[in-house]
Design a protein around this ligand. Structure first.
Ligand SMILES: O=C(O)CCC(=O)C(=O)O
Ligand SMILES: [Fe+2]
Length: 313
């Protein structure tokens, strides 16, 4: 068994650092200790490996938290739309087509380098700006529960990732705001990536009302803890169902101002080799800007979620 050391994240209301895990020899005892640490840390762990992981190692770590979910942009309907001229394939056919090209449908490469050669490559300049607060893939009916992000290339400055705890934000909701949002659903738009880059096959919607996405309750219950969490997805093109657009916009602005207060948030400055694991039911995240002449490269996996339960269900 690995000799695990687990320490709370300083200056944050949540999170723990884990070191000493052997990623190529994870035992049942390691798994139990990590899941206990995860529960105590309110859904946020940082693993320090001090080196790049192999993809099998990242998948083994991911398996502690759940079953693999597809990475966005791999399968039609998951961060990608089928083009009208594209043949309609089943999910199994799409997986087979990806695997025949050596593509792992469960792994996202996020960065401005070629994933194989690691040469810097030209990329939409939005990549370098501030990414917006979001939870991963909340525009699908059953969004992933955990995301795991593995730092392979880190810029000399910037490129931190912030996390904001929506369980604490829900617990501290002013009564008046809680009364206004109880029973309502937000449609989570899938048009843009968190960097603000339009996704394959998508077009700018005429308004948030027409945007492609999936509705979820504004306050969800986290089944494993029974706690409530605000579930906002991302602000761009969000729409509160059943409200006139102006009322939806005003209500969203009010909720977002509450949800993203600095006291609910922690900003992580990366070290190469780390893996951060977070629970998308409890936390939102965003990435800070990166200089144009710098490089940044992460691998990401995510686990299949469970149906979103409304706090009032
Ligand atoms: O690269 C990052 O820091 C965050 C990217 C992101 O939003 C994600 O991997 O889900
Ligand atoms: Fe994300």
């Amino acid at each position: 068994m690995s000799a695990l050391s687990i320490k709370p994240v300083e200056n944050a209301e949540f999170g723990a650092f884990v070191s000493g895990l052997e990623p190529n020899a994870i035992t049942g005892d390691d798994r139990d200790a990590i899941l206990r640490a995860y529960a105590r840390a309110h859904g946020f762990l940082v693993f320090d490996f001090g080196r790049w992981l192999e993809s099998d190692e990242l998948h083994a770590l991911t398996a502690i938290f759940g079953k693999n979910e597809f990475a966005p942009g791999m399968i039609n309907g998951i961060g990608k739309r089928r083009r009208d001229d594209e043949e309609e394939l089943t999910i199994d056919q799409q997986i087979a087509a990806l695997e025949s090209k050596g593509v792992d449908p469960y792994m996202a490469f996020i960065g401005n380098v070629d994933p194989k050669t690691l040469e810097k490559r030209k990329i939409d300049e939005k990549f370098y700006g501030e990414w917006e607060w979001h939870t991963d893939m909340s525009y699908i009916p059953v969004p992933p529960t955990f995301s795991l992000l593995h730092a392979r290339k880190i810029p000399t400055a910037g490129g931190d990732t912030s996390f904001c705890n929506q369980v604490i934000a829900a617990a501290e909701l002013p009564d008046e705001l809680r009364a206004k949002i109880t029973g309502l659903e937000i449609k989570h738009d899938s048009t843009y990536s968190s960097a603000g880059i339009i996704r394959p096959g998508m077009a700018e919607p005429a308004s948030p009302i027409e945007a492609h996405g999936h509705p979820h309750p504004i306050i969800r219950r986290v089944p494993s803890t029974g706690e409530e969490a605000l579930f906002l997805g991302r602000r761009t093109n969000a729409y509160v169902l059943s409200l006139p657009l102006e009322e939806s916009e005003a209500l969203l602005d009010e909720i977002w101002a509450h949800a993203t207060q600095p006291r609910y948030c922690y900003r992580h400055a990366w070290t190469v080799g780390e893996v951060v694991v977070w629970d998308n039911r409890m936390l939102m995240h965003k990435r800070s800007p990166v200089e144009n002449d710098d490089v940044r490269f992460m691998w990401r996996t995510q686990t299949k979620g469970e149906a979103v339960e409304a706090a009032w269900a």
